[in-house]
Design a protein around this ligand. Structure first.
Ligand code: IMP
Ligand code: MG
Length: 180
């Protein structure tokens, strides 16, 4: 088991597995037929997934524009505050455009629900959702992702952009911090 910050990390999805899945997701997104695609990466958690996914999209022959939307949900640590706010908005007009929201995890659904509603309210023609991980066990909103990397067990995960209080984002894999 990798040891980081003196903690053992149990690997759930290794770098090679994630890489392979990103290529498959890119093919799926290509086949979905988005037009004039604007990829919106939801920060901070999705920054590594989005970086790899857009390069996979290039590999699949797509040429998206890319923007960043910083939302707050988890203030710190592992407890959700429940309320979503925009900390930093995208700069592009989305009216009449196809938007693909990219996030790390779909859990309660509050984050994606908020982002999707915001894009549709602004007049987006179509809003797709791509997430690396779907944790269906804790959903509080009726919302699903169109493109899912992996169905994830109900565990608090770190790595590949995901954090505990801003730590562990650098890990090239997704894992669980073991006790002790
Ligand atoms: P939701 O709004 O409950 O769907 O939560 C989604 C957001 O919560 C994600 O964008 C993540 O930033 C964060 N999150 C949920 N579960 C985890 C986890 O296991 N590790 C790290 N962040 C998480
Ligand atoms: Mg997030």
């Amino acid at each position: 088991m990798p040891n980081v910050r003196g903690r053992s990390i149990r690997v759930l999805y290794d770098a090679e597995t994630i890489d392979r899945r990103n290529s498959e997701l890119a093919q799926e997104i290509l086949a979905a037929g988005y037009r004039d695609l604007l990829v919106v990466s939801i920060l901070k958690g999705s920054f590594i997934f989005a970086a790899d996914l857009i390069r996979a999209l290039h590999g699949a022959g797509l040429s998206p524009e890319v923007e960043f939307l910083t939302l707050s949900s988890y203030k710190s640590g592992m407890v959700s505050s429940g309320e979503i706010t925009v900390l930093r908005d995208i700069e592009s007009e989305v009216t009449g455009r196809d938007v693909l929201l990219v996030d790390d995890i779909l859990e309660s659904g509050r984050t994606i629900d908020f982002a999707k509603t915001t894009m549709l309210d602004r007049g987006a023609r179509r809003v797709g959702v791509a997430v690396l991980l779907d944790k269906p066990g804790k959903r509080s909103r009726v919302i699903d992702a169109d493109h899912v990397g992996f169905i994830c067990p109900d565990l608090f995960v770190v790595g590949y952009g995901m954090d505990v209080a801003h730590a562990f984002r650098e890990l090239p894999f997704v894992g669980v911090v073991e006790d002790g």
